[in-house]
Design a protein around this ligand. Structure first.
Ligand SMILES: CC(C)(COP(=O)(O)OP(=O)(O)OC[C@H]1O[C@@H](n2cnc3c(N)ncnc32)[C@H](O)[C@@H]1OP(=O)(O)O)[C@@H](O)C(=O)NCCC(=O)NCCS
Length: 159
């Protein structure tokens, strides 16, 4: 298995993976495809196994007003038949070591017990617009003291 950046030639493969990992939800596929179409800033890596994309991770800018204040991690997905074998964890650990990620504040909406393994902590501030009471909103390297609601690229409309 190899981890590397997603190339534009693999966008369709990434979409197929998101379809499989989020059955019954078109949201993640549409989100990533629209972000690609609009040329939004994204940091994306994939796990390749025998020429197949088996896992995908993406980060997009997080905003305080119009100023970038960190990155949002979303989505993270592993092909169903490869789940629970450590691949999602490996891809996430790899991404968190990359230069463009390793000094940024990272936000994520997700299962707290999963993300806490990687150093994420429950996030009190900023507020997440898609997660009531920040119940599943976590952050890494977050030293926010002011009160604000964090911004996402407008293509996000709830997770
Ligand atoms: C969540 C996900 C990215 C984790 O990747 P993974 O390779 O399966 O996970 P790992 O093997 O590295 O780690 C296992 C941990 O992931 C979590 N996990 C994985 N699949 C899970 C599931 N179906 N239900 C609940 N927790 C799950 C658990 O915490 C698990 O720990 P445990 O095995 O000790 O209980 C992957 O299962 C996935 O793509 N799921 C569907 C899409 C999704 O829900 N993504 C959420 C992030 S946007």
């Amino acid at each position: 298995m190899k981890i590397r950046k997603l190339t534009p030639e693999e966008y369709a493969k990434a979409s197929a993976l998101l379809h499989q990992a989020f059955p019954g939800s078109a949201y993640e596929v549409q989100l990533v495809e629209t972000l690609h179409q609009k040329g939004k800033t994204m940091h994306e890596w994939v796990c390749i196994h025998i020429n197949k994309v088996i896992a995908y991770i993406a980060f997009t800018n997080a905003y305080q007003g119009s100023v970038v204040c960190g990155l949002h991690l979303a989505p993270l997905a592993v092909k169903p038949e490869f789940q629970r074998q450590g691949i999602g964890s490996e891809l996430l650990r790899f991404a968190l070591r990359q230069d463009v990620i390793k000094e940024s504040t990272i936000f994520v909406v997700g299962n707290p017990s999963f993300y806490q393994r990687f150093g994420f902590e429950p996030c009190a501030m900023p507020l997440c617009p898609f997660d009531k009471n920040n119940a599943h909103f976590l952050s890494l390297r977050n030293s926010t003291v002011s009160q604000f609601t964090v911004g996402y690229e407008p293509e996000f409309r709830g997770l």
